[in-house]
Write a protein that binds this ligand. Structure first.
Ligand SMILES: [Zn+2]
Length: 192
């Protein structure tokens, strides 16, 4: 659960399929096959969403596990959106074999009313603010913080969270270290 996937560290093997994927019992904004998560991650998501709900914040799961083939399609979609500009697509979407979503440990979170889904303004929604303040308590980190593109390779994604365990998430928070690359003294991965 502390594996580091980035543009310099592809998933190994590249078509890796995580075992023990389960469907978390939380509100979904995506078809079930793309909401699966590893068992440990799903349990933490359920606990976190329930706690958010008790705080009056309604979260939804926007995207969970994505297979290698799903990521091929996702990346191609974004390249097409940008008129074939792969450099632009690379800032916001991983190439197949380089996406944390393929590990089953990462997910995109949204607000139940759909406000600012997968948009930078998600950071300012009650859901985005609750996640920023509380996700570490459940073992999650905001994997692509704003301003860390030179390290993570991705522009800020206020909605993309990664399970790393409560111990590691709390330790990173305590040390004020935002990225896995910095915490594990790995080279920055701004590009492929
Ligand atoms: Zn994501």
């Amino acid at each position: 659960m502390s594996v580091v996937v980035n543009k310099q560290r592809p998933i190994n093997p590249i078509d890796y399929f995580p075992s023990g994927l389960v469907l978390p019992a939380v509100p979904l904004a995506v078809a079930e096959p793309n909401a699966l998560l590893r068992g440990d991650t799903a349990a933490a998501v359920e606990e976190m969403f329930a706690t958010a709900a008790s705080d009056g914040v309604s979260l939804t799961l926007v995207s969970g596990y994505r297979s290698f083939q799903d990521q091929v399609s996702t990346y191609e979609h974004w390249v097409a959106q940008y008129g074939g500009d792969t450099a632009a697509a690379d800032r916001i979407s991983a190439r197949a074999g380089f996406s944390e979503h393929q590990t089953g440990l990462a997910f995109d979170v949204g607000q139940d009313d759909g406000a600012c889904t997968l948009s930078s303004c998600f950071a300012d929604t009650p859901a985005g603010q609750w996640m920023a303040a509380n996700a570490h308590r459940f073992g999650f980190i905001l994997r692509y913080p704003l301003g860390a593109e030179g390290i993570t390779g991705f522009s800020g994604e206020a909605w993309h969270y990664r399970y790393v365990s409560v111990e590691l998430a709390q330790a990173m928070r305590k040390d004020g270290v935002a990225t896995l690359e910095e915490y594990f003294n790995l080279p920055p991965a701004p590009g492929y």
